[in-house]
Design a protein. Structure first.
Lengths: 351, 351
DNA sequence: TTGAAAGCGGTACCAG
DNA sequence: CTGGTACCGCTTTCAA
């Protein structure tokens, strides 16, 4: 088939293959392959340029699946998140994608919708793609029998040469990049006490969600240092989402906030949901009731009053996960990123 | 190899292949393949169960790259966005991923960082993956020579059997799902005039960004209906981001807001940036100066005052794009999603 | 430096 | 209903 024919038959045309390129350049496929990959060392310069010219002419793109199967490895990294449309995860995703692209990998993304069952299915299906790395950024939920299955699945993946990295899940036997949830929450408590707060309420997501539990206990520990504690009735449990925070705050309002001075929500989206509920109830956040969160997601500075929180370098979390996965380091390292308390107007100094 | 041995030899083990499964089940690869795909119709029930059992036993996952090359098609859909960590795009991404998963596809995601050059490179590289669909959700920028190259690239992709769908880019010769930017902005202008506003300023992103241009002209048209117009000096141009909106609002404040009653920013992230700048300057948004945006991104309800805007069903935008791509419809359809003005506290009725 | 050919892990056609 | 086998597009020995 001549070039002109190819160019004219514009529909249903097959994409050019390496054979086409080789034929057009007048060399064998082996030579064409060598010329297109780095191995130009062993190909005569003239042939290299002929192949390159032919490839450009035919608008050739190597079939990545074919390469993957021939080489035995792909150039993709898979990311599993609970929900892309949550600023916490989208920030992590941005970090993962940036680091992956920098390493010449393309990122795939799957969403669990916060279902451990779905997470398991996804990881299993992902193995079929043979990604270089699988990065899981859901929130681990204890007590579902699924934990063991997930471990088994990721183990199978790793023993086949893949690399699994978990974000914010230190207790699984895999590499992980973690947040000092306990320490960050404790420090936040300490600084809020310093700022004059004494009467706290907390919105958390239940102790089966490890992140929530660590932040709850960290905060409690920080308070205890000053002899303070949160009464049981002011420990509100809700979903780990904006809607959860909103619902919990409504319950608090309905029960009467009494002397409560400040509400700590174990993450920013819950805190923002709570602020909305307070505002609806006619309470001005930061004046009638202070609020603090955790994560420092992007919108935290845009709510009014700006949200006091514990900053977590989310993009870096994602980027580090990719770096660990690609480091070739066989150890199940668990690195930890630093956190920093950020006091903003949602928790003004008292007195 | 017995199960126990497999379980012990835990490292460097190769994942099971179809051959392994076939051997374990005592059938040929052909039969194994048939048993595992839907074609169980032509396989004796006993063999089907033997194969299934063997597959489960070996924890077999088909090599998707191998399937792709054998079948000639993949089960992935590729999404290209300007920035995942922008609520506008993350909402679209959520829609795309959900619809893709529903269709049994896994989504891949690449980020252009708002560079047309990068977008072109990405689309080109993506062709190598042979995705079923490529969905591009950047904002088209006119005047870069790159437009033609992108068209050519997507054309090559489509004539090889792929399906390209653009989000919010009606003027390219491809299927598209669009937003009525002009009409939405015009209606917003009308309703703001109804609400008593007369003196407007606008923050836009320059006419080379089509979305911005359409919203600008739509808004102007809506004002003209009442004989109003925005003076040139109050048309602020800035980047299509939160930072851009912030910077433009600072310029406005520096020049003195004079009698300006309300600022329309051509998207919500810019509007939110502007609100931050106003607040910093000691102006209370919604009282000293009203603000309106466009898109109705998730954070729009959480800023205070809540943002008046034009709602765009972002998730649906993404989901529709996938549906069109998979519809098998060869026509370069351009569907349009509805918009709706949402008046909130950032633009209280005047008088 | 080059080309022929043997895979890589599947699918699907063609005989039996 | 089943097995043998020729691909799919590319990489990588192995000889020449």
């Amino acid at each position: 088939m001549s070039r002109v024919e190819r160019a004219t038959a514009d529909t249903g045309r097959q994409p050019a293959t390496l054979h086409d390129v080789a034929r057009a350049a007048g060399v064998s496929v082996a030579t064409a392959s060598r010329a297109l990959n780095g191995s130009s060392r062993n190909v005569r310069a003239e042939n290299v340029s002929r192949v390159l010219a032919a490839a450009a002419e035919l608008n050739y793109e190597p079939h990545l699946s074919a390469q993957a199967i021939a080489r035995g490895s792909t150039r993709t990294a898979a990311l599993v998140v609970a929900d892309v449309d949550d600023p916490y995860f989208s920030a992590i995703a941005a970090g993962v994608i940036a680091a992956a692209e920098e390493a010449g990998l393309i990122a795939t993304m799957a969403v669990t919708a916060r279902s451990p069952q779905r997470e398991l299915e996804i990881v299993k299906a992902l193995r079929g793609h043979r990604p270089r790395a699988i990065i899981v950024a859901g929130s681990r939920v204890d007590g579902t029998g699924i934990r063991e299955d997930l471990i088994e699945e990721l183990d199978a993946y790793q023993s086949a040469g893949g690399r699994a990295v978990l974000i914010s899940q230190p207790d699984l036997p895999f590499a992980a990049v973690c947040v000092d949830n306990f320490g960050g929450a404790r420090q936040l408590a300490v600084e809020l006490v310093d700022a004059g707060y004494r009467r706290f309420a907390m919105i958390h997501a239940g102790d089966r969600i490890q992140t929530s539990r660590d932040r709850r206990t960290g905060f409690a520990t920080g308070l205890r240092r000053s002899g303070l504690a949160i009464p049981d009735g002011l420990l509100l449990e809700a979903e780990f989402t904006r809607a959860g925070g909103y619902a919990a705050a409504r319950r608090l309002v309905a029960a009467g906030i009494g002397h409560t001075e400040i509400v700590f929500a174990v993450n920013d989206v819950m805190a923002i949901g709570a602020m909305a509920a307070f505002r609806e109830a006619g309470l001005v956040p930061g004046r009638d009731i202070a609020v603090a969160g955790f994560d420092d997601i992007a919108p935290a500075v845009d709510v009014d009053p700006a949200l006091t929180t514990v900053a977590v370098p989310l993009q870096q979390l994602g980027a580090d996960a990719v770096r660990i996965a690609l480091s070739g380091d066989e150890q199940a390292v668990a690195i930890s990123v630093p956190t920093a308390v950020v006091l903003r107007e949602s928790s003004p100094r008292r007195r």
